[in-house]
Ligand binder design. Structure first.
Ligand code: GLV
Length: 325
């Protein structure tokens, strides 16, 4: 019996994919910007499963060229790279990997928050570059965390994990959510409108998914509603923040600093002017990048993939309506 063909755009350590052995015929990479290499796309008509990364666009056109496709398994919690409506239309379940990356991503958001608040990269570079002539009472000043207010936009799993870290640092908490009652109320945190959050927060951390409603949520108008001393953290998705507006905000000191693990575009080209700003810290989308978490994400993606190929409900399915007849 021929094993079902599965396409994977980027090589992964074989032990992360061990559960696929003896169940699928895996066609892999090589990795290239923009997703699947041409020789993989040539096989699309035969593919029964797609093991996708967040960098692989799974568009309506892609799906329409895959008549045998039975599952798309995304190795990420976010799935804005996938046209879920098109998959649903073709009754293709889409899997993601929630839960396992919550704490690591919250750790990174908090690391960025601390680093941006205290200007750590610039201070470290200045020390290395010989600018540390004496202990300077007025040099390298940053923002206090204790007693400051953190505004969390999107109070899902990662937002909550960030909130628990903020509590340990003695911060006050506000949060906003698009839909009322989207998730249970959080003790010790006050739910407010986005405008109230922007005006009252010393730190603003984004934890909402990228959707039509959140694309460009942080723009010239919303940046101007923030305090001049505000620090903006984005570990969610780049396009939630309008890059040109943020560039102006940081250059013209509408806000104090930003810490970004995600950007628009992504990767942000090395010549981009945001890199030149001392008050902007940029990381290469590493929120979930720990040895343990990335392995667990791959394993969950394998579980979703195998379930889809067996025709049973995916353990983590973003479009469960495909199972309704
Ligand atoms: C990472 O950004 C993810 O969505 O898993």
């Amino acid at each position: 019996m021929a094993y079902p063909l599965v396409l994977l755009a980027h090589p992964l350590p074989p032990d992360w994919l061990a559960s696929l052995q003896g169940h699928v015929r895996l066609l892999v990479g090589p990795a290239q910007p923009g997703g699947f290499a041409p020789h993989l796309l040539e096989q699309l008509a035969e593919a029964e499963g797609i093991f996708s990364l967040l960098t692989d666009p799974i568009t309506a056109d892609f799906v329409s060229h895959a008549p045998r496709l039975r599952v798309v398994s995304n190795m990420a919690v976010g799935y804005d790279n996938i046209d879920v409506a098109a998959c649903t239309h073709h009754k293709i379940p889409v899997g993601n990997t929630p839960g396992v990356l919550t704490e690591a991503t919250a750790d990174l958001a908090f690391g960025l928050l601390l680093s941006a608040a205290r200007g750590l990269p610039k201070a470290a570079m200045d020390a290395r570059d010989g600018l540390w002539n004496t202990w300077s009472p007025t040099g390298w000043l940053g923002m206090d965390l204790t007693g400051a207010t953190l505004g969390i936009v999107g109070m899902g799993k990662i937002g909550r994990a960030v909130a628990s870290r903020a509590r340990a640092f003695g911060m006050n908490l506000l949060y906003s959510e698009k839909e009322s009652g989207a998730s249970p109320a959080l003790e010790g945190a006050q739910r407010v409108s986005l405008d109230e959050l922007l005006a009252a927060s010393d730190f603003i951390s984004l934890h909402c998914p990228l959707t039509a409603a959140t694309r460009g949520l942080i723009n010239e108008s919303t940046l101007k509603k923030m305090k001049k001393t505000a620090v903006l953290i984005n570990t969610a998705r780049g396009p939630i923040v309008e890059t040109d507006a943020l560039l102006r905000a940081l250059r013209e000191n509408w806000i104090f600093a930003a810490g970004l693990d995600v950007t628009d575009p992504e990767p942000l080209p090395p010549e981009h002017p945001l890199y030149d700003l001392p008050n902007c810290l940029i990381l290469p989308h590493i929120g979930s990048a720990t040895f343990g978490v990335r392995r667990r994400m791959a394993e969950l993606a394998c579980e979703n993939l195998l379930a889809g190929l067996q025709g049973i409900p995916l353990p983590n399915c973003v479009n469960p309506e495909v199972y309704r007849s």
